[in-house]
Design a protein around this ligand. Sequence first.
Ligand SMILES: [Mg+2]
Length: 186
Amino acid sequence: MPDAPIRAVIFDFDGTLVDSDAALVAAFAALGIDPTTVTFGHAIGEECERLGISVDDYAEVYDDTAVVPFDGVGEMIAGLGRWALCSNKHPRSGAAELERLGWTPEVALFADAFDWRHKHLGPVLEALGLTADEVLMVGDSDGDRRCAVEVGCRYVWAGWNPRTAAAAPSGVVVDRPVDLLGLLVG
Ligand SMILES: [Mg+2]
């Protein structure tokens, strides 16, 4: 990793901070979609389009009381300095979950900020007033990693998500949320 200090951490939300697979699938299933056809890590608008449903209908049936943080994530967040969210999630669901969890990232951009297409880090960096070499991105999907590669920032995998750990992706996999704090020192 380069030596520039990390001034902020940018997280993906679903599958990275919260265990959300079941909640995401349940909303699709409630709209008559076969759960086995649902995939993760996409912009919600693009996944809805692929599956032939409207984002508004999806947001309507999505249960924003269902997701829970992965073990240790709450404690890790409490130990962070500056942090932000960059998520493909519907803004209504995301905002409700942030409020319920009591999390207050400095910047939280959801699918509407990216015109409902796949997210990217440019607007997040701009809002933070930081350059790519000053941040670390944490995610659980290839799309997250692509975001980091596009701008040239550091990236680690949320290995506390069992799906990510099982995939054994190349790159740095952080096993426990608390271990992330250790990467930020220095
Ligand atoms: Mg994710």
